[in-house]
Design a protein around this ligand. Sequence first.
Ligand code: SAH
Length: 259
Amino acid sequence: MRTVKPKKALGQHFLRDMDIARAIAATVDARPDLPILEIGPGTGVLTQFLKERDRQLKVIEIDRESVMYLHENMPDVNVIEGDFLKLDLNGLFDGGQFVLTGNYPYNISSQIFFRMLENRELIPCCTGMLQREVAQRICSGPGNRNYGILSVLLQAWYDTEYLFTVHENVFDPPPKVKSAVLRLTRNSRTQLGCNEALFRKVVKCTFGMRRKMLRNSLRQVYEKDVPLPADSPYLDRRPEQLSVSDFISLTNMMEQAAG
Ligand code: SAH
């Protein structure tokens, strides 16, 4: 039988523990009404449990060898050969919503979540496994040392749940880091309530200098001679002390101050 040699450049770490694979597959049942897109099926460890569900399923895999393996061993699975980051998500299920899942390629996990954000109306639920450190960042709130850019940008649109931790020795080859499974569920926010481009800029700039008070880091978003909002309570704080709604208020104050 054909096997697939793990390729480091593609972030390939194949899961070997069937109980964990079954548990990850079960996370998509939060939305049993929707079809599923799995990123990076590899040799189909997760796919075999996803396809037991009576739901439409598509998988996208960039590695030719894995695609051949799936064609041979799971001929009934709808495999798209290609790069998830370039996939047209609108055309996928006739423009309909779907659940995104996978044991993600860790080297592009942040990019996967940014792409999900751009397509948030199509993806009301996203689950899956990634490196624990990134999962912790995504799921942390204000005051936590892991709270950062990904937390704020994602939590603006999604409720985040850290589901469970996975040890490195259940993979072949074992990754250098621990893993975790999470679930993101689209919240009820329909509009951000501020200029979204400026919001992103403010979040990225202030966390880029996370030990500085906002007054100092924000001078860089605003060119030196544009005034910062005069009486904002936020300027004497550090970014990790601000909630998502604080960042939204601050963005509005900055727009007003700019005139
Ligand atoms: N789901 C499998 C494999 C996980 S490893 C398991 O649990 O065992 C991550 C998988 O993502 C690999 O198969 C890798 O080839 C694939 N992959 C990496 N980059 C990708 C991309 N940009 N688009 C789609 N798949 C990708």
